[in-house]
Design a protein around this ligand. Structure first.
Ligand code: NAD
Length: 248
């Protein structure tokens, strides 16, 4: 089935990053108009340039997803550009690893804010538009680390929280026709993972049943599925896009 997302409006947070850029481009290629959010204006502009070069409709917002007022402004900007908002992709995220004994409160709070609180703020801000859409969608980008990973107590807790948020919001919004789903990427081949020492890379790949890393396109395809009409009866799900890897 060819996924069509014509006439939709999407907000993709962290869309200057590797996975967010891939998601923004894939949604754009399926006909969606995309508000590219990234706190890093240079990275956001690169995504915009890439999309414009392909003739895809997009605009940029450089708000901070951890701030309630910026979340509200982002949603308002999407509605101002294109008259509404149908699809929210909570993709912005990041790590700040340490063993628990050495983890500072700032490390804990920073990672929880970016990977979990931001999704709450954005979902709340987007709610009126998603309800009005009639085919509203929220797709949260978690990580297989939600099942636990050494040195990532903050990140694992945040991503597990994102799964809890997905399952609860899915219930709260089901009657409004808004679906809420989650994509949990495993090891994805990005410039960051290419920078890992070869021995570490090899050890990680060995833990993947398919014995290779995934591509950004694999995550984008799962997101497009959840965003499309093909998933209209699918909500509260967590899709592991991980080559069969189920966590350590
Ligand atoms: N790369 C992987 O292998 C992998 C694996 C599992 C899950 N994930 C998840 O996928 C998502 C995207 O990861 P990625 O690898 O593309 O990361 P990335 O670091 O390449 O991109 C993240 C983007 O978010 C932006 N950002 C950070 N803080 C922000 C804020 N407060 N407000 C707005 N923008 C902000 C950054 O500027 C960056 O461009 C994350 O949620 C991550 O946890 C990634």
């Amino acid at each position: 089935m060819r996924v069509s997302l014509e006439q939709r409006v999407a907000l993709v947070t962290g869309a200057g990053g590797d996975i967010g850029r891939g998601i923004a481009c894939a949604l754009g290629a399926a006909g969606t108009r995309v508000l590219i959010n990234d706190r890093d204006a240079t990275r956001a502009a690169e995504t915009l340039k890439l999309m414009e070069a392909r003739g895809l409709a997009a605009a940029v917002d450089c708000g901070d997803v951890c701030l309630a007022e910026d979340a509200e402004a982002m949603v308002a900007a999407a509605a101002q550009h294109w008259g509404g908002l149908d699809i929210l992709i909570n993709n912005a995220g990041g790590i700040d690893d340490a063993a628990l004994a050495n983890m500072s409160e700032a490390q804990w709070d920073g990672v929880l804010d970016l990977n979990l609180k931001a999704a709450f703020l954005l979902s709340r801000a987007a709610l009126p538009w998603l309800r009005a859409s009639g085919r509203g969608r929220i797709v949260n980008i978690a990580s297989m680390a939600y099942r636990g990973n050494v040195g990532q107590a903050n990140y694992a807790a945040a991503k597990a929280g994102l799964v809890g948020l997905t399952r609860t919001l899915g219930l709260e919004l089901a009657r409004d026709g808004v679906s809420v789903n989650c994509v949990a990427p495993g090891l994805i081949d990005t410039p960051k993972s290419q920078g890992l020492p070869p021995a570490v890379r090899e050890r990680l790949v060995k833990a993947v049943p398919m014995r290779r890393m995934g591509a950004v396109e694999d995550i984008a395809a799962a997101v497009c599925f959840f965003a499309s009409d093909a998933a209209r009866y699918t909500t509260r799900q967590v899709l592991h896009v991980s080559g069969g890897f189920e966590g350590f």
